[in-house]
Write a protein that binds this ligand. Structure first.
Ligand SMILES: C[S@@+](CC[C@H](N)C(=O)[O-])C[C@H]1O[C@@H](n2cnc3c(N)ncnc32)[C@H](O)[C@@H]1O
Length: 499
């Protein structure tokens, strides 16, 4: 598409907006843009409704007959109340033609009405509180062509790629989970937004959860080694069947993999209420500072087919650390607090990031490098390292070169994963971390590092050019010119990650 033919601004000379709202059979009211748009163009900006809140108290107050409900109904009420964040918006009720609910403030709502109202609020609000008159009509796609960006007064939508005239505008409601498998994405959408997505990505075979074949993969007696992992030419992958030898993955093996995947997902999504709320809808996510968790470490050995011996703590599947080993012994990677007694159990305190490191090790060895759990746990580790690098650089010091090299190595794989799963997904997934390593390399000061710093800055620029904040863009531009951090009053970039 020629960019000269593309619409570049939302300020159309005609009085009607350059988009139309139409009803589609698959997803209800939808937004279509009338003109072609180039990548990273502002589509529209929107206001936010004032947001009176529906609190748990509110729900109880307006329950018609809680006292009169039978036990099952009361339990439904209780679940409903538990599920309402305190700042939930009342406005969706108005926008969805439920304004009669508002006028009923002096009377009570029936349970069924309220359940409907809360569902409407759930489906239409951003960050669990903001309703936007136009943007709340934008549907979801797992291959979105637009991104939601909050602003001080409301929000705006920008294109992620070129959009053809008359094409539907879509965003992702999934935050970082848009990089997960078809099954995970859809169970989240069903649970949180009450629909099943049927976008192009959902109807094609998944690539985000491919696992190495147990039969033709050379890993007798243990997990994959880093060395083997990345000789991708020799490694065969499949979701339920190996693409090369046709071996069907056994039930037990898939079950174990599913459990590991679930555990990783739980760790990634449980890291903080704030983060998971932010990641729920719209596109702003973010990884929090590592927090401490109390862990129960117990160990048992389990043999699965293919000669792989896995020693894992039972509590790994609840909230704990895990160990992988090649033989009958076991190790507790990086966890000096853990007891060396198999089947024993004790309570230890371990940092969140250390749990992620252990889970990542398991994901990497059992699920392989192409699996989203491996990539996303790796991203969390990279993000944590970037936090540390930023702290060091604020003090005017250089990053530890070995740590920086390790971080860059992992970031390269995360980037490739993002690019493979979604077009332009590398930037979407990790542009902030790319910028940090670019700074780290630039601060190193030698010619080679500065050169590689430019390469990483260019990667970040692919996203930041049209979608980043001004401060980030300035820093990125300086790094692309090969200017060392701090020169000419270079600003510190935000370490925040946006999804
Ligand atoms: C924020 S609203 C979007 C506007 C909505 N289509 C309407 O009619 O008001 C979210 C709701 O739209 C529907 N929806 C959004 N994306 C969808 C998709 N990819 N497939 C099916 N339904 C979708 C679901 O009912 C979802 O709960």
């Amino acid at each position: 598409m020629s960019s000269s033919l593309c619409h570049t601004s939302t300020s159309s000379s005609s009085s009607s907006p350059p988009y139309v709202q139409k009803t589609t059979p698959k997803s209800g009211e939808s937004l279509f843009y009338t003109f072609p748009l180039s990548a990273h163009t502002e589509i529209l900006s929107d206001s936010t409704f004032p947001t009176p809140s529906i609190t748990s108290d509110w729900v109880y107050d307006y329950c018609a007959s809680y006292e009169e409900c039978d036990e099952d109904e009361q339990s439904l009420w209780n679940d409903l109340c538990m599920s309402i964040p305190d700042s939930h918006s009342l406005i969706p009720l108005i926008t969805s033609g439920c304004s009669n609910y508002i006028t009923k403030t002096s009377s009570y709502l029936e349970l069924e009405e309220l359940v409907t109202a809360v569902k409407i609020a759930r489906c239409n609000s951003f960050s669990d509180r903001n309703i936007h008159p136009v943007v709340s009509r934008v549907n979801h796609s797992c291959l979105p062509n637009a991104i939601y960006l909050p602003t001080t007064m409301g929000c705006k939508l920008k294109t992620l790629r070129e959009v053809e005239a008359g094409e539907e505008i879509t965003i992702s409601y999934l935050g970082i989970n848009v990089f997960t498998s078809n099954g995970v994405r859809n169970s989240r959408l069903l649970e949180e937004k009450f629909f099943t997505c049927m976008c192009r990505r959902c109807s094609t075979p998944p690539i985000e959860n491919r696992i190495p074949c147990e039969k033709c993969h050379p890993r007798e007696g243990g997990g994959l080694t880093e060395e083997v992992e990345f000789e991708e030419g020799e490694v065969c992958y499949g979701v339920v069947m190996c693409e090369k030898c046709g071996e069907v993955f056994g039930k037990e093996s898939l079950e174990l993999r599913r459990k590991i995947e679930e555990r990783a997902g739980k760790a990634l999504n449980d890291e903080g209420e704030e983060t998971s709320h932010r990641a729920k809808q719209g596109c702003v996510g973010g990884l929090k500072e590592p927090t401490s968790l109390r862990l129960v470490v117990g160990t048992e050995l389990k043999r699965i087919n293919g000669g792989l011996t896995l020693a894992f703590s039972q509590s790994f599947f609840d909230h704990s650390a895990i160990s992988v080993t090649a033989s009958n012994s076991y190790v507790t990677a990086g966890n000096s607090y853990a007891p060396k007694t198999p089947l024993g159990s004790t309570i230890v305190t371990i940092r969140y990031i250390d749990v992620i490191r252990e889970i990542h090790e398991v994901c990497s060895q059992i699920l392989g490098p192409r699996h989203y759990s491996t990539a996303l746990t790796s991203l969390t580790i990279v993000d944590s390292m970037c936090h540390d690098f930023n702290r060091v650089m604020i003090l005017g010091e250089k990053c530890d070169d070995l740590e920086l090299a390790e971080c860059i190595d992992s970031l390269g794989r995360v980037w490739n994963f993002g690019e493979g799963v979604m077009e332009g997904g590398g930037g979407l997934l990790c542009y902030g971390q790319c910028l940090t390593v670019a700074r780290g390399l630039s601060v190193m000061g030698d010619e080679k590092s500065v050169h590689f710093g430019k390469v990483w800055a260019e990667r970040a620029w692919g996203f930041l050019e049209g979608l980043g904040e001004e401060g980030e863009r300035k820093v990125c531009m300086k790094l692309m010119e090969g200017k060392v951090e701090g020169e000419e009053g270079g600003e510190k970039p935000s370490k925040k990650m946006k999804i």
